[in-house]
Write a protein that binds this ligand. Structure first.
Ligand code: WT7
Length: 657
């Protein structure tokens, strides 16, 4: 435990001492060498822009920065689909696998080569043309993890039609809101998807959404299952029928020449409150940004089999399943299902089958595997793995170490990559082979990224201090605003500090200048005047050998301002006990300090999470304060909170007695 530091806005107390220097054999062969940190913003991105991407007209200028908007690769012309597909075929790599697709039903799988991908994209783009899609037509996509999803995205980019992909778990209301906000004219979906052995009625949800989204004139339906769905004549068309008589000759549908700053896609961020924001990403800066970071951070080689286990519906999937890897000509895995279907070793069987060398996933998934135990991974040969990645939330040191040891066999660097839908590309991350790793720290800003931690007054906190994470220079994949909402863009990101991007996360910098992410700013608790980050208390709890998962929030308390409530899932289905409760309080007291010991501990078999795996602390606060629950529609499993409320009330009653 370290002493609190003065002149900072979030106290940071949890200290993690383990260090993992880069293995020398890894360093020797690494894509990233220490020199990459030495280049200036303009120099670095000029070189990357020239080398990662094929231009039909070269750019004149690397960037222009008129806060709060940046432009990149000014004057350049290019096409994203050409860069991700056609040029690899032209270079003689048509037979290389673009995706190994694994269906959720265990025996369904097929590889898709770059040549096959090209032929499918061309045919589908020709199909979309029949529906009137052309440069500038907004297209919505609502699908599961099937190869036709990247095919649809790439076909849009081939035509210069901006897309918005809506994650297949969203409700009809969320879908229609997004379709209307972007003014989508075509919606691409499937009849049904698969999830844990049951059918997800995607087309049915689209029907409900389309009833409230009058901009949509046509709906293309890919037939994934034998399920019957409603098809409205004149509006709905089957994917395979649309493709009848379409040519797969690339010359029949040339790649539209796009300007560097043309809109590539919108992606709506769910936001725990308020209306979703349509985050704007444009063409060249985004593509160069994701391809460059993918190359250095994951140490991707020409023969790599790379697996980002996110859903394409989130930004992680856009940047690091589709655009970055395909631009680099990388072979990837596309998996339709969940990690525990049909069994808890499904992921590890996939890694063994395809000899995956790079795995990129989220802390929530790692903690699930931790909860299920390492025996599932031990059944499989994971020796092909070289690099492990994490993204989405702060990774608790115990989960990091578990991942490193049980999945990575102690030999694979773990890259904890910090970024956002808004940033488009990874901004804070170790570089494998260069960086000394610290479990729980995203370590350093990516080359040229100017990240800092500010106090309330806009001063950088000293090493050892905590505060607000900011970015002070533009980067190529940065958002170009919020769709049709300049005011909100300025208000959300650019009003706290002048010409400086406010991330919305708390962070601390340690003695070495490494970054430790502390969660969203509104996840900071104030207990007796101490501002404590939820993640540090959670990490201390998960550090206890019996704890599988923990979520912490503050509730109002007349004595201390806020008091800490912890929701804890124990390993092996253990129900918890009063002894366990006091043991955990003592444990947190020892790891952080008595004032950070939770006032209440609620044992629960599951935590309320969004479908992307983020713990919904807003709901935990509602439960902790005995309020009516706010919006629960984005929960993966809405029954979890009812059970939590019941347990919370029981726990509170005990406290009163
Ligand atoms: C928020 C962005 C970026 C892809 C997935 C999420 C949190 C993300 C990390 C990390 C700590 C992280 C932040 C960020 N976050 N990665 N490595 N360590 N926190 O995209 O839905 O836009 O969420 O996720 O709070 O602001 P998103």
């Amino acid at each position: 435990m370290s002493e609190p530091v003065a002149n900072q806005d979030i106290e940071t107390l949890f200290s993690e001492q383990r260090r993992y220097p880069p293995p020398p054999e890894f360093t020797k062969q690494a894509n990233a060498q220490p020199e990459v940190y030495g280049k200036g913003l303009e120099e670095f991105w000029r070189e990357e822009g020239e080398q990662r991407v094929t231009w039909s007209r070269p750019f004149d200028k690397v960037y222009e920065w008129e806060p709060p908007y940046a432009k990149w690769y000014i004057g350049g012309k290019l096409n994203v689909c050409y860069n991700c597909v056609d040029r690899h075929v032209e270079a003689g790599n048509g037979d290389k696998v673009a995706f190994y697709w694994e269906g959720e039903p265990s025996e369904e799988r097929r590889p898709l080569s770059f040549a096959e991908l090209q032929s499918q994209v061309v045919r589908f783009a020709n199909g979309l043309k029949k529906l009137g899609v052309k440069k500038g037509t907004p297209v919505g996509i609502y699908m599961g993890m099937v190869p036709e999803l990247p095919v649809a995205m790439l076909a849009c980019t081939r035509l210069g039609a901006p897309h918005t992909v809506v994650f297949g778990g969203f409700s009809a209301d969320s879908l229609s809101g997004r379709m209307t906000d972007m003014g989508c004219e075509v919606l691409i979906t499937q009849n049904e998807g698969w999830r844990r052995g049951s059918r997800v009625p995607l087309k049915k949800t689209c029907d409900e959404a389309m009833a409230q989204a009058p901009s949509i004139k046509a709906c293309v339906v890919y037939r994934r299952t034998d399920g019957e769905v409603n098809m409205e004549a004149g509006r709905d068309v089957w994917w395979d029928e649309l493709l009848q008589d379409t040519s797969d000759d690339p010359n029949s549908c040339p790649c539209e020449e796009m300007d560097s700053e043309d809109l590539l896609y919108l992606l709506y961020t769910s936001g725990t409150t308020a209306k979703p924001k349509g985050i704007v990403h444009t063409t060249a800066g985004y593509l160069v940004g994701v391809a460059t970071t993918h190359h250095y951070i994951f140490d991707v080689k020409p023969d790599s089999v790379y697996w980002c286990a996110a859903d394409v519906g989130w930004v992680t999937g856009h940047s690091y399943i589709v655009y970055g890897p395909l631009c680099n000509g990388t072979t990837g895995i596309l998996y339709e299902g969940t990690p525990d279907y049909p069994d808890k070793d499904r992921w590890w069987s996939i890694i063994e089958r395809y000899k995956v060398d790079i795995l990129y996933t989220a802390p929530t998934a790692i903690r699930s595997h931790m909860k299920w135990g390492p025996e599932h991974a031990r059944k499989h040969d994971l020796s092909s793995l070289r690099v492990l990645g994490s993204v989405g939330e702060p990774i608790n040191p115990e989960a990091w170490v578990w991942y490193h040891e049980n999945i990575g066999g102690g030999r694979c660097p773990v890259v904890d990559t910090w970024w956002q839908t808004e940033t488009g590309m990874i901004l804070i991350t170790p570089l494998p082979g260069v960086t000394t790793l610290k479990p729980g720290s995203a370590t350093q800003a990516f080359p040229t990224v100017d990240a800092a931690v500010y106090n309330e007054h806009g001063e950088a906190v000293p090493h050892g201090g905590g505060g607000y994470l900011v970015i002070r220079q533009p980067w190529p994949a940065m958002l170009r605003g919020i769709h049709r909402d300049h005011e909100r863009y300025v208000q959300t990101y650019w009003s706290k500090y002048k010409d400086t991007y406010l991330v919305g996360d708390g962070a601390r910098v340690d003695e070495d200048g490494d970054f430790w992410l502390l969660g969203r700013i509104d996840d900071v608790m104030n207990v007796s005047g101490h501002r404590i980050s939820t993640i540090e208390v959670e990490s201390a709890l998960v550090d206890h050998p019996k704890v599988a998962e923990a979520a912490v929030c503050g509730r109002n308390d007349p004595a201390t301002g806020q008091a800490i409530v912890a929701y804890v899932t124990l390993k092996g289905g253990d129900e918890g006990s009063p002894e366990m409760l006091s043991e955990l309080r003592t444990h947190v007291g020892q790891r952080i300090g008595k004032f950070a010991a939770p006032a209440n501990v609620v044992f629960t078999p599951e935590l309320p999470k969004t479908r992307s795996g983020k713990i919904m602390r807003r709901l935990l606060r509602d439960v902790a304060e005995n309020r009516a629950l706010g919006d629960t529609t984005t929960l993966a499993d809405p029954t979890v909170v009812d059970e939590l409320s019941r347990r919370g009330r029981e726990e509170a009653a005990k406290g009163d007695a």
